[in-house]
Design a protein around this ligand. Structure first.
Ligand code: BMA
Length: 333
């Protein structure tokens, strides 16, 4: 086993758990899967699969233990449909799955690669066989979006990441019907300067509800002479006002270390889009794309991540002071 920087997440010994070589039809790479634990205990990963034109579609893989024994759909599960949805012309990517209790449906929020850049699309499904498309719900450039599982003060909430030449911050927007979105607010900003999350940030898996707040894992990108470096940090959002960030980790929780993360189609990328919580209520499996080439899993404890966040969330000034005096005793910082 290889341990990540914080020591809180353990890569599985059989990583990568899914690769293009396992696919039942010709593909070039398999990565950035959304994840959900189905009521019968099966883990379903909705993987981004890139074909030999460079366009992506989504394909489901199912496993009893969430680690191995994957059964992969024999053909694309959700294919771009540019004839009816022109925004899907250049493919669909990076799904995030949230179960909506009120509708008894899974919401799949994904990137639609339009002719003017990436936008955010929504489809609902009961069974991952039939999908009801809602189309583009956030215009380009926007991606890294997921729904919260229930309405907050009467409205659905969507976390997303608009992007411009000057900013790549996380926003939250609200809607009464999943189609019309407003009340847009900045939720978390890229930190600029020398920070690991200075260039742009985005949600990974959908938020996880805890008594202390919504736990989110987010990716942070730093640009250096070699290109972009994708790592993962943690934050806690207020339960009733998720636009309010209560805590945000100073350090990254998880970054590219293993060879399959360090090198691939895009080097130095760990990019989770899904996580599942095991029936014990604490063990978390984080499913991520490794170097835009394969799918890997890392396992940890939700409680330990929350404890780590509590003593790793300070202002830059306090961060320096804390490390000088070594006052944090959480044992993992
Ligand atoms: C992001 C997305 C992801 C990809 C990552 C690293 O902007 O396009 O799909 O994994 O870049 O290349």
């Amino acid at each position: 086993m290889v341990h990540s920087d914080s020591g809180l997440l353990t890569r599985d010994a059989i990583n990568p758990i899914l690769t293009a070589a396992q696919w039942p039809y010709p593909v070039t790479s398999v990565f950035n899967p959304g994840a959900v634990l189905l009521p019968d205990g099966v883990t379903l990963l909705l993987c981004r699969v890139e074909d030999r034109r460079g366009h992506s579609h989504l394909c489901a893989a199912r496993s009893r233990n969430g680690i191995d024994g994957w059964e992969i759909d024999l053909r694309p599960t959700l294919h771009p449909d540019p004839e009816h949805c022109p925004e899907e012309l250049w493919g669909i990517e990076d799904p995030r799955i949230t179960y909506l209790d009120e509708l008894h449906m899974y919401a799949v929020v994904y990137t639609a690669y339009t002719q003017t850049g990436p936008g955010v699309s929504l489809a609902l499904t009961e069974d991952f066989h039939c999908f009801e498309r809602y189309g583009l719900i956030m215009p380009p450039e926007n991606k890294d979006a997921a729904l919260l599982p229930y309405r907050i003060k009467g409205n659905w909430a969507l976390i997303h990441r608009p992007f411009s030449a000057s900013s790549g911050n996380m926003w939250i927007s609200y809607s009464s019907n999943l189609r019309d979105w407003g009340d847009h607010r900045v939720m978390m900003k890229a930190r600029q300067g020398g920070w690991w999350d200075s260039h742009k940030i985005g949600l990974t898996a959908p938020p996880i509800e805890t008594p202390k707040g919504w736990l989110i894992l987010y990716h942070g990108v730093r640009q250096n002479a070699a290109g972009s470096l994708y790592r993962v940090g943690a934050a806690l959002l207020d339960l009733q006002r998720p636009d309010i960030c209560l805590k945000r980790s100073d350090e990254w929780l998880f970054g590219p270390e293993a060879s399959y993360e360090r090198s691939g189609d895009v080097d130095n990328v760990v990019f989770p889009c899904g996580a599942t919580i095991c029936p014990d209520g604490d063990t978390i499996h984080i499913y991520y794309g490794a170097a835009d080439t394969s799918v890997a899993v890392a396992t940890g404890s939700k409680t330990a991540i929350l404890e780590w966040l509590a003593c790793n969330s300070t202002s830059p000034y306090k961060y320096i002071k804390r490390n000088k005096s070594k006052k944090c005793n959480c044992g993992s910082g």
